[in-house]
Design a protein around this ligand. Structure first.
Ligand SMILES: NC(=O)c1ccc[n+]([C@@H]2O[C@H](COP(=O)([O-])OP(=O)(O)OC[C@H]3O[C@@H](n4cnc5c(N)ncnc54)[C@H](OP(=O)(O)O)[C@@H]3O)[C@@H](O)[C@H]2O)c1
Length: 251
């Protein structure tokens, strides 16, 4: 397995849930972290936790993907980056074709923007930085640890009328990650789409409270984070391009 010590990692949506756990686990590798979220107060707390866990440095970028420019994210990475964990996402369920809600159009645009458009644009801005950073590592006789990891969902494979915008955004994201892999593979950069089933975070809290989902049987953020670090540390001859994480028992 590759040694990820001191890797430089960008995690979007690092303030809560899965992104927070990924940031903490990379901290144990003494990583240099760039973390995004929409609120500086929350990111400050995560920054302290990451430094306490061993992170070598933590840079915070406060950015709302619905309204803000991505320039600050790209410029935070410009000194060099090894791994991009594209995690931030939103889940806004509801019928789109027969429901009467006047927020339908807004939900569609917002879901596609945060879950699909932003990951595509960020990947296009950040991949050249990762490629250049790996060339420099290789010249210094360090291993190529370049990777783009997309936190997708098993919803991609479970069409559902209540989740049509979310499913469309995640299916599009899989199409994107599969499409850029051939572009990046010869550069030694891994591209991996990770598809968890239900995970115990804010997204599923109402499903557990009111929807009969058993919180003891669903995945934890740690289950997802473990798969991220595993994917990044696989050898130079292997790229796990897609990982599906099902719950062990029906929740
Ligand atoms: N939980 C599940 O069951 C599950 C299952 C499969 C896949 N996933 C995927 O896993 C990823 C993480 O989900 P999670 O469960 O950890 O969700 P979460 O706890 O709701 O956290 C979402 C993260 O995304 C950020 N975010 C949301 N809207 C944003 C915006 N407009 N601009 C910038 N950042 C924004 C949030 O930042 P703030 O804290 O600043 O709002 C937060 O850090 C998502 O892509 C989700 O689709 C989740």
């Amino acid at each position: 397995m590759k040694d990820l010590e001191y890797c430089r990692v960008l995690v979007t949506g690092a303030s809560r849930g899965i992104g927070k756990q990924i940031s903490l686990d990379f901290s144990e590798k003494k990583a240099h972290l760039i973390l995004t979220g929409t609120k500086s107060s929350t990111l400050e707390k995560i920054k302290s936790e990451c430094l306490a866990k061993g992170a070598s440095s933590v840079q915070m970028v406060v950015v709302d993907f619905l309204t803000d420019s991505l320039d600050p994210v790209a410029s935070a990475c410009k000194e060099g980056l090894d791994i991009f964990v594209c995690n931030a996402g939103i889940y806004k369920p509801g019928l789109l074709c027969t429901g009467s809600s006047d927020t339908k159009e807004k939900r569609i645009y917002e879901t596609i923007k945060v879950n699909l458009t932003i990951p595509m644009v960020l990947s296009s801005l950040i991949s050249p930085i990762i490629i250049k950073s790996q060339k420099i590592r290789e010249r210094s006789h360090l291993e190529n640890i370049g990777a783009l990891i997309f936190i997708n969902s098993t919803s991609t494979f479970w069409p559902s009328p209540q989740e049509s915008a979310y499913v469309a955004s995640k299916a599009g994201l899989l199409g994107f990650s599969d499409s850029i892999f051939p572009e990046l593979r010869e550069k030694g950069i891994k591209v991996c789409s990770i598809h968890p089933s239900y995970v115990k975070t804010d997204i599923t809290s109402d499903m557990c409270k009111y929807g009969g989902l058993d919180s003891k049987k669903i995945l934890t953020p740690k289950d997802v984070s473990d798969s991220v670090l595993w994917a990044c540390s696989t050898s130079n001859t292997c790229c796990p391009s897609m990982i599906k994480l099902e719950t062990q028992k029906t929740p």
